[in-house]
Structure formats: structure tokens, C-alpha cells
Design a protein around this ligand. Structure first.
Ligand code: ZN
Ligand code: ZN
Length: 76
């Protein structure tokens, strides 16, 4: 699954701020959210190139500010 792959690839670190996940889930996995870089509705695709694992802060930020620089900084 794309989402799981993105989380494994991130290895517990936010791909935008490079900080570790703020907390772990009950099962011990780091909590990160998976963001679609190009919105699916906006001809984004459900592929590994189009997803990033983000901490909740960065995830909110990227949606609220919607800045191209943030998208560019998603180190994939
Ligand atoms: Zn972050
Ligand atoms: Zn998102």
C-alpha cells in the first residue's frame, strides 16, 4: 500500500521538518500523517512519488499555506 510505504520510507521522521514524529501510536509506530503532494482531485496520482509522511504540524501548514517552496522541500 502506498500509505504504508510512505511511512516506512520516512522511518519515523517528518519529510518536511526532519523532526521525529511527535509521539508514538499505541502499537509503538511513530505517528505521521501521509500527505498527497498533488491532490488526487487535481490530477495527482496515488503513487509513491506523490506521497509524503508529515508530522501533524507540517501537514496542517502545508495545507493552510499551500506554498510551492514546501512542496519543493519535501525530500523524496
Ligand atoms: Zn514536520
Ligand atoms: Zn495532506
Amino acid at each position: 500500500m502506498i500509505v504504508e510505504y510512505a511511512l516506512v520510507r520516512a522511518n519515523g521522521f517528518c519529510q518536511l521538518c526532519d523532526q521525529p514524529a511527535p509521539f508514538n501510536k499505541k502499537n509503538g509506530d511513530p505517528f505521521l500523517e501521509v500527505h498527497h503532494i498533488k491532490h488526487l482531485a487535481n490530477e495527482g496520482s496515488d503513487t509513491i512519488d506523490n506521497v509524503a509522511a508529515l508530522c501533524p504540524n507540517c501537514h496542517r501548514k502545508i495545507h493552510i499555506l499551500d506554498r510551492p517552496i514546501d512542496i519543493k522541500n519535501l525530500s523524496i
